[in-house]
Design a binder for this molecule. Structure first.
Ligand code: ADQ
Length: 733
């Protein structure tokens, strides 16, 4: 159902765009700050949208300007909000992680990919800044649209400040298969960063499919591929394919203008236009053209390859090397075939203005768009829009996103040099009737699916109630746990607060719901199942809250354990720390202001500040940490609380191991399957300890990382899990 009050898709509504680059590159000159349009597909696509609708574009101005903070829009119908980056950040975030890691990896060019943890640190800092700036500049906006691979963590940062704002994310480059994406040491972080958005768009379905595989297999998220939904923790994200289009009418009208023609007399032109980038397959294209002249000498003297490459990332060594390689091919091929009146390759290393570009598209006989991998590729679409007279032929790489829809093009494998040469030959020989039929179909589609239609479709998809996946059900649990548990007994470990009971203002209010109690009892009745409740509460407290005789209870994060048929355990340092905790409680009592209070739990204690007004919390939390640390305890943050724990290397992980060994002996892992469910970071000790040994679930929000195998959205999902476990077939005793 559309959200009336947000009206995100309203064409008169300004939009907020966040992308790495602003649409203009600014440079400091002797005459002040000068600006030039930025190059590249993202800008070509979005600039006209902002120009028509108005709004704000948040991005890096392309250089570190002393006055960058005061850049004005100067005559544009939208605002510009610059994000400043230091030279070191440009190196780490932009040249490093964005362009030396993500760019090649996302294009499945693994051998070119560099992994450097300093770059990653810089990427995190810069994404933090972009997110912070966007949240501040667009605090009142109902919708923020983040773009591309340089900002994959930004949605999560914006979400922290603006929990209710609709966040969209669009990836302009491919999303690679799971086996490639997981090579990245920070794959999970990036996936989590993106999943904070409400809507994630890719160019084509296969990228969305790869994304589903990654979030499912690397994060353990729950997915519904048919409806395009991913549930991770308590947040659900819509996923969709939104093939980007161009401003068809603009390109068509520029082509209809009488512009300069690149033609020399009746020479036929095969055209290549690209940013100078190794993904675009420019050397391979030249080799294919050379092969054409080799295999079909009738084209010699009659056909030329016009290659126009716009400089890109020219300060990066790899791009300089590519430039030299291309120049080498041009020299060699021209040297080999040229005669006094004809050169086979004309090569221009520069940007061309849009009007001239359109005339070149219009007057070319063949467009050779042969990237080795490309998210979409707008050049193919621009060429089609400009075929207003005698239509040319589009030869298009199968490995460009554009090939998924532009099926009337001659599709080629750019790595197959002979095959591409044959396709060029076929294009040059194609009869007018066939050329026309193919071009009519291509043009009709691009005219219909133009940039406006793309924006509208994306915004309409964003303009929905927050998505929700169907509740966790038997089929999910069967898929996750069926094989894992089959034939084994079960040891089930459950945290209490936030896992078995919802979090409340005061611990005494967090009681078990009747349905949860019934599910727990049904599991506890089974001969093949042992259940331990592992809590930060004092042992007596958690025992009385659950009040079930058949269970094992671990209190104080496992310092004290007791239960039916279980040898009572008390950690050897417990008495010592029980005495010291009284002293600590006295020191903390002076922080018991504004409703804050200290819960004494024997050897540990918890300082609760849930009732304290938000603006007064920071200082109290800092002081609580200090006092706890000075008393020789470890301070750890919990849900609206700071916990003080004895520094004795004992935690929920150790407690779980102790219980498993006591119940099943040292070879416990051969006899029993283990499931652990918890909701806060004290459970992370158990998740880490059990990694690879058990199925672990973290309950609740996904705003912090977890070592758990999977997440569950809420306490209701925990109940569903227990009900499923209670129903499963009885295993050997
Ligand atoms: P790019 O890799 O930049 O974009 P592409 O989609 O082809 O690739 O866009 C290039 C743009 O630059 C086109 O609009 C083209 O007209 C322009 N251009 C190229 N050479 C030029 C020249 N010499 N002079 C002037 N203009 C020139 C990224 C992804 C793509 C995706 C786009 C949009 O890599 O796969 O299609 O974003 O999402």
């Amino acid at each position: 159902m559309a959200r009336d009050e947000s009206g995100i898709a309203d064409p008169n509504r300004p939009i907020i765009v966040v992308s790495n680059r602003l649409p203009f590159t600014f440079t400091q000159t002797d005459h002040g700050i000068e600006r030039a349009p930025s190059a590249g597909g993202l800008i070509t696509a979005l600039e006209p949208v902002l120009r028509k609708r108005g709004g704000t574009w948040i991005g890096w101005p392309g250089t570190d300007l002393p006055e960058a903070g005061s850049l004005s829009t100067r005559g544009e119908s939208y605002d510009i909000a610059p994000v400043r980056l230091s030279e070191e950040e440009i190196e780490g975030h932009y040249r490093g992680l964005s362009n030396a890691t993500l760019w090649p990896l996302m294009h499945s060019m693994v051998d070119r990919t560099r992994f450097d943890s300093h770059d990653w640190a810089s990427y995190c800092v810069v994404n933090e800044r972009f997110g912070e700036t966007a949240a501040a500049k667009a605090a009142d906006a109902s919708f923020i649209w983040v773009h591309d691979y340089q900002l994959m963590l930004a949605p999560a940062r914006i979400r922290r400040d603006l929990p209710g704002t609709v966040i969209g994310f669009f990836l302009h480059i491919p999303f690679p298969p799971y086996d490639v994406f997981r090579l990245l040491p920070w794959d999970r972080e990036l996936l989590r960063g993106m999943l904070a958005a409400d809507l994630i768009g890719f160019h084509v379905r296969s990228y969305a499919t790869n994304f589903f595989d990654c979030v499912e297999r690397s994060l353990g998220a729950r997915v519904n591929r048919t409806d395009g939904l991913v549930e991770y923790g308590d947040h659900t994200t819509r996923i969709g394919a939104f093939p980007l289009g161009i401003d068809f009418e603009l390109f068509e009208s520029l082509a209809l203008d009488d512009g300069d023609s690149p033609k020399n007399s009746d020479e036929r032109v095969v055209l290549g236009i690209d940013r100078l980038d190794y993904t675009k397959g420019i050397p391979e294209r030249m080799l294919a053209f050379e092969q054409l002249l080799e295999m079909h000498p009738e084209h010699r003297g009659k056909v030329a390859l016009l290659q126009i490459a716009v400089p890109s990332r020219a300060d990066v060594a790899e791009y300089q090397e590519l430039k030299r390689e291309i120049e080498g091919h041009v020299g060699r091929i021209n040297g080999r075939f040229a005669n006094s009146g004809w050169s086979p390759i004309r090569y221009l290393y520069r940007a061309v203005d849009q009007k001239r570009l359109c005339a070149i598209y219009r007057d070319s006989d063949v467009a050779l768009v042969t990237p080795l991998r490309d998210g979409m590729n707008l050049v193919a679409k621009e060429f089609v829009a400009c075929q207003v007279a005698d239509p040319g032929v589009l030869v298009l790489s199968k490995l460009a996103g554009a090939a998924q829809t532009m099926r009337e093009a001659l599709l080629v494998n750019p790595y197959d040099i002979d095959g591409t040469a044959e396709a060029i030959h076929r294009a040059l020989e194609m009869e007018e009737a066939e050329r026309r039929s193919r071009m009519v179909a291509l043009r009709r589609r691009e005219k219909r699916d133009d940039i406006e239609s793309w924006v509208r479709t994306f915004l309409e998809a964003a303009d929905h109630e927050r998505a929700e996946l169907h509740p966790l059900g038997d089929s999910d649990l069967e898929a996750w746990l069926g094989d894992f548990m089959s034939g084994y007994r079960l040891a089930l470990f459950l945290d209490y607060d936030g896992t078995l009971s919802s979090l409340r203002d005061h611990p005494s209010l967090a009681t078990l719901s009747p349905a949860m109690r019934a599910a727990l009892e049904a599991c506890a009745k089974r001969d093949d199942t042992r259940i331990a409740v592992v809590s930060g509460r004092a042992l007596s407290d958690v025992t009385s809250m659950v009040d079930h005789p058949g269970l094992i209870f671990a209190g104080n994060h496992g310092l004290e354990i007791d239960g039916s048929d279980f040898p009572h355990f008390i950690h050897e340092d417990l008495v010592h720390y029980r005495n010291r905790a009284e002293e600590l409680a006295r020191s903390l009592s002076r922080l018991e202001v504004d409703g804050a209070w200290t819960e004494a739990k024997g050897p540990t204690l918890t300082y609760h500040y849930r009732a304290v007004p938000t603006q007064n919390r920071e200082e109290l939390i800092r002081d609580a940490h200090r006092i706890i640390n000075e008393a020789g305890y470890q301070a750890r943050d919990a849900h609206h609380a700071v916990e003080a724990r004895p520094p004795i290397g004992w935690d929920k992980g150790r407690a779980v191991l102790h219980i498993l060994r006591s119940l099943y002996g040292p070879a416990w892992s051969e006899h029993v399957r283990v499931i652990y469910v918890g909701d806060d970071h004290t459970d992370e000790d158990a998740f880490r300890f059990l990694a690879g040994l058990a199925m672990t679930f973290r309950v609740g929000s996904a705003d912090t990382p977890t070592a758990a195998t999977r997440r569950l959205p809420n306490v209701e999902a925990v109940r569903t899990l227990l009900e499923w476990l209670a129903r499963r077939r009885v295993q050997a005793s």
